[in-house]
Design a protein around this ligand. Sequence first.
Ligand code: HEM
Ligand SMILES: *[C@@H]1O[C@H](CO)[C@@H](O)[C@H](O)[C@H]1NC(C)=O
Ligand SMILES: *[C@@H]1O[C@H](CO)[C@@H](O)[C@H](O)[C@H]1NC(C)=O
Ligand SMILES: *[C@@H]1O[C@H](CO)[C@@H](O)[C@H](O)[C@H]1NC(C)=O
Ligand SMILES: *[C@@H]1O[C@H](CO)[C@@H](O)[C@H](O)[C@H]1NC(C)=O
Ligand SMILES: *[C@@H]1O[C@H](CO)[C@@H](O)[C@H](O)[C@H]1NC(C)=O
Ligand SMILES: *[C@@H]1O[C@H](CO)[C@@H](O)[C@H](O)[C@H]1NC(C)=O
Length: 358
Amino acid sequence: MGFIHVTVAALCCVVVVFVGFPLSSNAELDPSFYKNTCPNVSSIVREVVRNVSKSDPRIFTSLIRLHFHDCFVLGCDASILLNNTDTPTKIESEQQDSPNSNLRGFDVVNQIKTAVENACPGIVSCADILTLAAEVSSVLAGGPNWEVPLGRRDGLTANRTLANQNLPSGLFNLTQLKSAFAAQGLNTIDLVALSGAHTIGKAHCSSINSRLFNFSNNDKPDPTLDPSYLQTLRNTCPNNGPETNLANFDPTTPDTFDNNYYTNLQDKKGLLQSDQALFSTSDADTISIVNTFASNQDAFYESYKASMIKMGNIGVLMGKNGEIRKQCNFINKKLVDQLDLASVVPKKSLEEGIVSSF
Ligand code: HEM
Ligand SMILES: *[C@@H]1O[C@H](CO)[C@@H](O)[C@H](O)[C@H]1NC(C)=O
Ligand SMILES: *[C@@H]1O[C@H](CO)[C@@H](O)[C@H](O)[C@H]1NC(C)=O
Ligand SMILES: *[C@@H]1O[C@H](CO)[C@@H](O)[C@H](O)[C@H]1NC(C)=O
Ligand SMILES: *[C@@H]1O[C@H](CO)[C@@H](O)[C@H](O)[C@H]1NC(C)=O
Ligand SMILES: *[C@@H]1O[C@H](CO)[C@@H](O)[C@H](O)[C@H]1NC(C)=O
Ligand SMILES: *[C@@H]1O[C@H](CO)[C@@H](O)[C@H](O)[C@H]1NC(C)=O
């Protein structure tokens, strides 16, 4: 009787605990999350990024792209930052996947993390650093600013297969783009607004070569390319030339975060097929959105901010989920793992191991 009583009581506890977790993980991200624990985190991120940009002006675009590639795979959990490792668990880094092969800025994220750890050790997640870096970069490139919801925690795993599945390709048509975004809970306005990040930054010739010379295998270029822009791109990316040459996304104001991305699309000067598809797909519902953003930069900025916040909410880990990584490229080594190892390996063989290692 007494035993059953105790068991029932224990079950009650279990129920309370399990109800407690979903509630806390339903809590929302909050711009003042670090108000008491790391009040200066935004300016620390800003100063490192500003500093790096003096020698690497492209860092703004690279950091914005990193946040996007993080959020589309397992949510905004900094899984993109994890390196290949075998211990404490096997991690197949997402960085080696083809959509991620041209990402840059990993070293700068580590630089930011070091500066943040110096000010507030063990407090700020790498996922929040990626999100803050994206906002700071948008501002420093002349774009909009917004209050960044914070409180993400870092994931304990990565998934290269999912990176390949979830990240859209520059060769995607509008149907494929919409479904890649829908899979992340993002709608058509989000798709058009977030694509506006391509108002800055560069792409490798390998990302556009197929449009320039033998599109649709008919020895002709992509018909949705403006002829003079085609010539410009062919100069940057000659036939069978080096695939590592870089073309600006925005031929008019390449380094400024403005709405020229959308006027370019109206002028058939979108760099990727996936860019031009937003305007040149017949009867598409995206055309009017492009027209709105092209004629009204404030409308673009407002949508961009809202969509960036929405993207930053994808699959976030909060409360007791995940962890705060010490080093962004690796999950933390848990003392528990070492204890587990010690308890499964017989003492004798441990001693032998020690002896043989001498
Ligand atoms: C809509 C689907 C998207 C596709 C298909 C796409 C594809 C690409 C490709 C192919 C590149 C060039 C990679 C290279 O050749 O080096 C690129 C660069 C870039 N993407 Fe996207 N992207 C998309 C959406 C986004 C979103 C949502 C963001 C951020 C909000 C973003 C931000 C960037 C930035 C800033 C760059 C330039 C990076 C640099 O200069 O280092 N993209 N994207
Ligand atoms: C906040 O960080 C910035 C940049 O690193 C620094 O200049 C400033 O002194 C810091 N403020 C405080 C209160 O720590
Ligand atoms: C800024 O960059 C210089 C040169 O790379 C470096 O010595 C300095 O520590 C950096 N300062 C900050 C705040 O990151
Ligand atoms: C993580 O892997 C990258 C290559 O993908 C390498 O350049 C970098 O040095 C590694 N970082 C650490 C801390 O080992
Ligand atoms: C990665 O995600 C795929 C698709 O959801 C799943 O089948 C696979 O088991 C995952 N791999 C790892 C290593 O978690
Ligand atoms: C988009 O691409 C997919 C996959 O290649 C194809 O099945 C589909 O028909 C294309 N849609 C349009 C509208 O071209
Ligand atoms: C274009 O592609 C087609 C089909 O793959 C091929 O037969 C043709 O030789 C290509 N043209 C050039 C100039 O490479």
